[in-house]
Design a binder for this molecule. Sequence first.
Ligand code: SF4
Length: 365
Amino acid sequence: MSSINFKPITTLREPTELAAHGLVPVADLPNLEKVAARYAVAVTPDVAALIDPDDPQDPIARQYIPSAEELAAQPNEKPDPIGDDAHSPVSGIVHRYPDRVLFKLVHVCAVYCRFCFRREMVGPGKATALSEGAYENALAYIRAHPEIWEVILTGGDPLMLSPRRLAEIMADLAGIDHVKIIGIHTRVPVAEPSRISREMVAALKVRGATTWVALHANHARELTRKARAACAAMVDAGIPMVSQSVLLRGVNDNAAALEALMRGFVECRIKPYYLHHGDLAPGTSHLRTTLEHGQEIMRALRGRVSGLCQPDYVIDIPGGHGKAPAGPSYISPVNSFSQESEQPPERRYRMVDYCGDVHLYPPEP
Ligand code: SF4
């Protein structure tokens, strides 16, 4: 690969542009054109500047630069891997859990992640933003369901909207009495931090509901000085933040990489929230780990950082059945007792501490 590494001034969307910036070998272009014809590509100047073109294993490149491996979809991979469609009562809404809905306003993102579970839905040429009529229908659905306490604006990336439009939407949602929480799931503070302008921060704050921003980042190097400043602008404005990450092979699938990422979040006043197991999205098997490896890493992480830095390792059950905690278990029973015995013995448990040592509870039988 060429070692040309000059920062582009616009977002790179074509494989030829990636090659011109030394981010992919020219010889790979025929395959990468096929990938790009199927899945959107976008690498912002901020992200391109983070990539080391001389490192074939670069953890930033693996997240954003297309690869010929994406052409090898596996039989168990599905276009809608977490079953959004099965829970979509009206266009733009996913109502999977009683008290919350996803509200998918736009289908574009600042960058396109190679592991995205909505990769068949996002990007130019896929769907477009909701029409005004579909938007009003979605609002009507939320109004008609008083059990909806939380509305999560998600992807595409809601911070691709203009501050003016976002402010209107926030006001519409906060105007619904039972909507108390508005979540914003975004990659923009990392991918294009300059979008987090004073106007954008102002748009996120709304009377009548509390805004939570969930930042998606997967490697500590994504938390650049500019990304940290963008997050600080939101937190300083009183907007609480949580993190979302995906466990990705070759990006963060070791305890040291996750430790650095989680410490980085906490330093930015962002509470680590979810670490997602990779979804069965088409052409992403090269980026997935096994569940066992994920559990091993989580066990190691518990030995390295405090509870403040611990995300919940979760997996979305294919078919739309929601999330299941996927972390390792630390407690298991060592004896069983019969319901028929008159005085059942007190149950004892085997417990594993952060060093991996086993203890019994209670210590004495
Ligand atoms: S920013 Fe989110 S929705 Fe957009 S491509 Fe990445 S993971 Fe998918």
